[in-house]
Design a protein around this ligand. Structure first.
Ligand code: HEM
Length: 476
């Protein structure tokens, strides 16, 4: 039905009962691209009905500002969904908890005690990135190609394991593979459209399709994994580590009774789940997209490398103190996040009450998708949306911290990503060293035209094909 639809935002024709759900399930392109195309037809505020769920899609900087600044309080809850609520012990985490007193406290706990530990964990990041650079040096000496996608996933997960629970898993070892297997399955489950999220009385369909079985299996594997780690930390005979990891911190807060709610083991496991799913592959994905864009734009690659060399001169390793002055590198990262935000649809929000946006009525309990990928192409804001042009950010105040709605890869408002600083510290350090130490070339027989930007489906957008390049060490 077009036209008068009770002053809801513009919409496209829907089927009885299922509404627009079939469109999302049957489309072949990535969801954010599909929704962007719909928004080009219907406008930056789009209404869809997914089964019984009213859904709003936000696709411009202006609408994003209305939703996440002017009406932030109305839009700052999250929907209770099957996979997320199971994997977070019934929303005991930060990312998927509805907006309530508990969320406010658990977010505060994480901000004050966990995400603020960026500086304390600096040596872990520098150590792991240095390890990666050494490995690439060896491959380079043997003229062997480097699988950068694998190398970056390995570094990010190594960092999270050391920060999170003081563990170093051997690369390619059983434990590391177990962890990666579980993480991949979690990502796949979070990206799916279980029936019961849209048809509350039809949970049995999820059972028939095997979705519930998969979900239960993933939950149980993760639960055992977290429990083993917690048990190790509680072991009286454990050597006291030099530095507290995140499990240590959470167990200490639990013991001291510092948290206004009871902090059970399930709460701790739910928080760990967030660190893992939010903190591992997002960082790796950003580095890979930056490198892919630079390979496609050799002039920008040269300029980035020239900046690093001019500022640093000759040095074995760039550390975190050096990074402050890398203006061009930071502009390249921003431009990449504009064109390829790794979480192209922010985690879904839910409206707390009915409200009015842009003259339209948004019903209470609507699911809200903010399409950051579409905002990166918002013609009102960017001159040439398809071009890779980092220069636009030089001397510009536009940043990605949630104040400038044309660039919100970490979201904005009350629900803005609290791990931004932690995540970007690794991204900048890894990129600075990769670009400072090596010249990068396409593997033999491939030209840069063959470098594709296809993506895998998922909450985090990964490059479909691993980025494999030749590294030539620059003499120091
Ligand atoms: C560096 C790459 C990262 C990107 C691109 C990213 C992106 C995002 C986005 C888009 C959101 C949703 C924001 C919204 O709804 O407005 C989010 C939320 C969140 N992120 Fe990140 N993130 C990154 C790294 C991290 C890291 C390293 C951690 C933890 C160590 C983390 C923890 C979280 C948590 C807990 C939330 C939920 C916040 C809430 O709902 O209150 N993120 N992130």
């Amino acid at each position: 039905k077009h036209g008068n639809n009770g002053n809801l935002p513009p919409t496209s024709p829907a089927l009885p009962l299922i509404g627009h759900l079939h469109m999302l399930m049957l489309n072949n392109s990535p969801l954010h691209v599909f929704l962007w195309k719909l928004s080009q037809k219907h406008g930056p505020l789009l209404y869809l009905r997914l089964g019984f769920k009213p859904t709003i899609v936000v696709s411009s900087a202006e609408m994003a500002k209305a939703v996440m600044k002017t009406h932030d309080l109305d839009f700052c809850s999250r929907p209770i969904q099957r996979a997320t609520s199971r994997l977070t012990y019934n929303a005991l985490d930060v990312a998927f908890s509805p907006y309530n007193d508990y969320w406010r406290e658990v977010r505060k706990l994480c901000a004050v005690h966990l995400f603020s530990r960026v500086k304390q964990y600096r040596h872990i990041r520098e150590d792991e990135v240095a390890g990666m650079i050494e490995k690439i040096c060896r491959l380079s000496a043997e003229a062997k190609p480097v699988n950068l996608s694998e190398a970056m996933m390995s570094v990010s997960s190594a960092i999270i394991c050391r920060e999170g629970f003081g563990k170093r898993y051997a690369e390619g070892g059983v434990e590391r593979n177990r962890l990666h297997g579980m993480l991949n399955e979690t990502q796949a489950l979070l990206a799916s459209f279980p029936f019961s999220d849209y048809f509350p009385l039809m949970g049995w369909v999820d059972w028939l399709t095997g979705f519930l079985g998969r979900l239960e299996k993933n939950f149980e594997q993760l639960d055992v994994f977290y429990q083993e780690l917690i048990d190790e930390h509680l072991d009286q005979n454990r050597l006291k580590p030099m530095q507290e990891d995140i499990i240590d911190v959470l167990l200490r807060i639990r013991k001291d009774g510092e948290f206004p709610f009871e902090l059970t083991m399930d709460h701790i496991k739910a928080i760990l789940m967030n660190l893992f799913t939010a903190g591992t592959d997002t960082k790796a994905a950003i580095v890979i997209w930056v490198m892919a864009f630079l390979m496609k734009n050799p002039k920008c690659l040269k300029r980035t490398q020239a900046e690093l060399r001019n500022l640093i001169g000759r040095k074995g390793f760039i550390n975190e103190d050096d990074i402050e002055g890398f203006v061009y590198l930071k502009a390249v990262i921003k431009e990449t996040l504009r064109l390829q935000p790794v979480t192209p649809l922010l985690l879904p929000r839910e409206t707390l009450r009915e409200c009015n946006i842009g003259g339209y009525r948004v019903p209470s309990k609507s699911i809200v998708f903010v399409n950051v990928w579409a905002i990166g192409r918002d013609l009102q804001v960017w001159e040439n949306p398809e071009e890779f042009c980092p220069e636009k950010f030089i001397g510009s105040p536009v940043d990605y911290k949630g104040q400038h709605f044309e660039l919100i890869p970490f979201g904005a408002g009350r629900r803005v990503c609290p791990g931004m600083q932690m995540g970007m510290a690794t991204v900048e350090l890894a990129l600075a060293n990769l670009l400072y130490k090596f010249d990068w070339e396409m593997p033999l027989g491939l030209s840069q035209d063959e470098l594709d930007f296809d993506v895998l489906p998922g909450l985090t957008t990964h490059k479909k094909h691993d980025l494999i390049l030749l590294a030539r060490k620059i003499d120091d």
